[in-house]
Design a protein. Structure first.
Length: 208
């Protein structure tokens, strides 16, 4: 019989863009204004877990294509580093995409997309489990591509006769269209009061 530990150690993993898009839809926030460390601390305190570290993942816009968002992330990530947050970034990959305009006509525009972020999150969650660095992988994301990681965590737990699990934390409100966490994980729903209590007071957007 696998015994549940009385004291559970957690590592937090942030899918930066996924969390931002969820918070924008749920609460109307127009830029990534959250403080990852405060959010991880708040959820761990709520659940009675010890927070062992925070890992953050995001794509970065090209400076020539989107200097404002590039500057925002450069400044935010620099400060996050001083708070002990480990960050993994990848440049966005751009491709021409046909989009519909409000008048019904079509136009081609360059769109940047994240590549490799979910893969890096998955690799870290699995490798950290094998290194016995946590009891709970707390993932701030609703990306169902990570459901396979939850399956792998259960396989590791069974093979090694250990109590480990994965939890999915995400914003939710009456305006949220996606009301599901990652399949195969414990779902932790964040209301506006909790989220807003963890907003970073620093505005990293470049001054115009």
């Amino acid at each position: 019989m696998i015994l549940e530990p009385k004291t559970k150690n957690a590592l937090a993993y942030f899918d930066g863009q996924n969390l931002f898009n969820s918070a924008k839809e749920a609460f109307g926030h127009q830029f990534p204004n959250y403080d990852p460390l405060k959010l991880a601390q708040a959820i761990c305190a709520q659940q009675g877990w010890n927070l062992g570290g925070v890992h953050f993942y995001t794509g970065i816009p090209d400076q020539t294509q989107d200097p404002v968002r590039h500057g925002f992330w450069a400044a935010k990530l620099a400060v996050m580093g001083t708070r002990g947050i480990r960050s993994f970034t990848r440049p966005l990959r751009y491709q021409n995409t046909v989009v519909a305009l409000p008048n019904g006509s079509m136009t081609t525009t360059m769109v940047g997309r994240e590549k490799g972020i979910d893969v890096r999150i998955a690799l870290d969650i699995v490798s950290h489990a094998l290194e016995r660095r946590y009891d709970v992988a707390l993932v701030f994301s609703q990306d169902q591509d990570l459901s396979e990681v939850a399956d792998e965590i259960r396989t590791i737990a069974k093979r090694e006769q250990r109590w480990i699990k994965m939890a999915s934390a995400f914003p939710i409100s009456p305006t949220s269209r996606n009301r599901r966490g990652i399949n195969g994980t414990d779902w932790i729903k964040m209301d506006r009061a909790l989220y807003d209590s963890c907003i970073d007071p620093i505005d990293y957007r470049p001054k115009r």
